[in-house]
Design a binder for this molecule. Structure first.
Ligand code: ADP
Length: 334
């Protein structure tokens, strides 16, 4: 599994749960989102009402699940967690909705991956707190209306644009989560180190933050790997040298590129003179599937300004040459 990848295993989920901020005050960064959400929740509490439905968009690991739990905690409400892919049939959703308690928070991760019929049921549930349960099949089928208690839906998606407009419009509040600044990630790392009872100095945290791709989940993951290294190879205290050496072992470089990212860049520079080269050709050169290069490696390389997707193919930027310590050929810009 990729150290900088998105999905975590069971062990990671347990550690993550322990590291989750419990209220808005503990949640680091995302100032605007926090300020706005604070107002939404305070107003709802003052009215004694259930909070409006909230849509959270942003890359994996930026804190969407954490925020949904914070919303529930701040509203002193229970929370139910599920995901779009887990809801295959409208009936699955009906079962969940009809078992909600009044005021409960329903966290629906990857909401853009729900099935179409479930999505349509959700429209009505969100707006009127009502669903039509279809009983029977064919001409004899009847719709039985079912009242739901008021609840707060917190939907999460990688991009709000993936949602059909009618669904998007039914959220009272939409928050876009940005990648974190290095200084914010340093705070995440110091906080986690404290909770994990690990000693780390300022430079050690900065070194890990710089390699964490703007993502708290990755910061926490790298911290745990560095902690292992510090325990085995040193006295357990993490400084800059230990962080650098540990992450070199795990092949996460100074900008957070891993083996796959570097492989793609190296092929682009060394075999194709920096491009342009087609995606398929590039993928073959790296020995990976097209989709892996396009969906796993490229988004971060593009975001870092190391690679550009052009109509003629993939092109390396001057920053890519500099990062790999290579000199571009004279006529590289063609
Ligand atoms: P997402 O749901 O967006 O994939 P999560 O909410 O699961 O992300 O967050 C992943 C991990 O990162 C959690 O363990 C959490 O502790 C940590 N984390 C995320 N955002 C923050 C934050 N703003 N401050 C501190 N820790 C955070």
């Amino acid at each position: 599994e990729r150290l900088v990848g998105a999905a975590g295993d069971r062990e990671e989920q347990a550690v993550e749960a322990a590291l989750r901020p419990k209220d808005l005050g503990e949640f680091i960064g995302q100032e605007k989102v926090r300020e706005q959400l604070d107002l939404v929740l305070r107003a709802a509490r003052a009215r004694g009402a259930t909070a409006d439905h909230v849509l959270l968009s942003g890359a994996p690991g930026l804190g969407k699940t954490t925020l949904s739990m914070i919303i529930a905690a701040e509203m002193e409400a229970p929370i139910r967690i599920t995901s779009g892919p887990a809801i295959q049939h409208a009936g699955d959703l009906a079962a969940i909705l009809s078992s909600l308690q009044e005021g409960e928070v329903l966290f629906l991760d990857e909401i853009h991956r729900m099935s179409r019929p479930a999505e349509e049921m959700l429209y009505m549930a969100m707006e009127d707190f009502r669903v039509d349960v279809i009983v029977g099949k064919g001409p004899g089928a009847t719709a039985i209306p079912l009242e739901l208690p008021p609840f707060t839906l917190v939907g999460a998606t990688t991009r709000a644009g993936l949602l059909p407009p009618p669904l998007r419009d039914r959220f009272g509040f939409t928050a876009h989560m940005e990648f974190y600044e290095p200084a914010e990630l340093e705070r995440v790392i110091h906080r986690s180190a404290h909770l994990l009872d690990v000693e780390i100095d300022t430079d050690g945290a900065a070194e890990i933050a710089g390699r964490s791709r703007g993502t708290p989940r990755i910061a926490n993951r790298l911290l745990r790997r560095v902690r292992d290294y510090a325990q085995v190879k040193a006295d357990g205290v993490i400084d800059q040298a230990i962080s650098g050496a540990a992450l070199a072992v795990y092949e996460v470089d100074s900008r957070g590129l891993d083996r796959l990212d570097r492989g793609v860049l190296e092929a682009l520079l060394k075999l194709f003179g920096g491009g342009p080269v087609g995606l398929s050709t590039l993928a073959v050169a790296v020995g990976e599937e097209r989709e892996t290069v396009e969906e796993v490696a490229e988004p971060f390389l593009v975001r870092e300004g190391l690679l550009a997707r052009t109509p003629r193919g993939r092109v390396a930027t001057p920053a890519a040459w500099a990062h790999l310590g290579l000199t571009p050929p004279r006529s590289s810009t063609g």
